[in-house]
Design a protein around this ligand. Structure first.
Ligand code: TXA
Ligand code: MG
Length: 311
């Protein structure tokens, strides 16, 4: 069922869960201060209770009811990147229910860039919103994806296709050096330039050491196997779904050539994963991407595709 902002606001106030659009991916929204509603979100997603949620706000003064110790650096980031795809981790305010933060003493907050969801939050107050997919699956970037994912059981505020298509950058500001827990559209370089300070990027084993909650679980996986390939050594499987930017798939192969427009790939990546599953392909071959420095969206793309392809 598709609903209006007014109806979404009514549902949220009654403690229900609704799907909402953002510039990154669709979220599964609930009233952040209603522990019972937040609990429903975990249940619908099948999400482990120790993996915390991001709280979404529409006004800066809402931050004071969620977080403590909002530093000058945080304010600088907020001025430059909100509303937008940057999630910040702060020490948690006691008013935030423990279920929201999976028992952690920190809280993740962002102000999304989408007119419908901002107007919804103005009516309801802060909303928790994890990506609107079952735990471990690709995030939804269209209203239709959400409907397919939950078989129409979750009402959707349809805000069109997400303009970025990959989840927000998650930056931990509770300790220096600040650490990127999840790469996204806002790059470490952009943050370093702005704050004039070093920013750590969590990779591989370091990630486990830091035990960022979200990195313990599998993510972004379609049913098909996701496999990188080099155009120097291309696969010859006909019965596979190809995503390419320089390699020309043979005639008759199902392929998507995004013409090295990496923003376009980001916007459509999860849609391709879902389409390949829908068409019952067992394999998705993705042509290797160039080095990260060539485009800000390449690092987050590699991160998501690596996770989707891991066992
Ligand atoms: O773009 C996005 O961020 C989307 C849209 C809907 O806003 N939301 C999203 O939520 O991707 P979710 O729940 O799928 O991912 C949130 C990530 C998880 O990896 C979680 O572990 C991490 O943020 N996170 C949340 N609170 C945290 C905290 N207090 N400390 C460390 N990581 C946290
Ligand atoms: Mg998610």
């Amino acid at each position: 069922m598709r609903i209006s902002v007014e109806q979404a606001s009514e549902q949220i106030k009654q403690g229900e869960v609704v799907a909402v659009p953002t510039e990154t991916v669709y979220g599964l929204a609930a009233d952040c201060f209603n522990a019972h509603a937040v609990k429903k979100t975990f249940k619908i997603k099948g999400r482990p209770a120790d993996n915390p949620l991001i709280v979404h706000i529409s006004e800066l003064n809402q931050l004071d009811t969620l977080a403590e110790n909002i530093s000058d650096d945080a304010r600088t980031l907020i001025r430059n990147f909100w509303p937008g795809p940057l999630t910040l981790i702060f020490p948690k305010h006691h008013a935030v229910p423990d279920i929201v933060t999976g028992g952690l003493s920190t809280v993740a907050v962002r102000m999304p860039y989408h007119p419908l969801t901002l107007s919804l939050i103005r009516k309801t107050g802060p909303l928790t919103a994890p990506s609107a997919n079952k735990s471990g699956r690709p995030s939804p970037t269209k209203a239709k994806h959400v409907e397919d994912e939950f078989k129409g059981t979750v009402p959707v505020l349809d805000g069109g296709d997400c303009s970025i298509g990959l989840e927000s950058t998650v930056l931990d500001l509770t300790q220096k050096p600040y650490t990127i827990l999840r790469p996204g559209y806002v790059t470490p370089a952009a943050i370093e330039d702005l704050l004039n300070t070093e920013v750590l990027k969590l990779t591989g084993s370091k990630k486990k050491l830091m035990s960022s909650p979200g990195t313990r679980y599998t993510h972004y996986k379609p049913s098909a196997s996701v496999i990188w390939f080099s155009p120097l050594n291309p696969p010859s499987d006909k019965d596979a779904y190809y995503i390419t930017h320089s390699f020309e798939a043979r005639d008759g192969y199902i392929s998507f050539d995004y013409n090295a427009d990496f923003d376009l790939l980001a916007r459509h990546l999860y849609d391709h994963f879902r389409t390949a599953d829908h068409l019952k392909f067992q394999k998705i071959f993705i042509e290797e991407l160039p080095p990260d420095q060539n485009h800000p969206v390449i690092a987050p793309l590699k991160d998501r595709i690596n996770r989707a392809s891991s066992h």
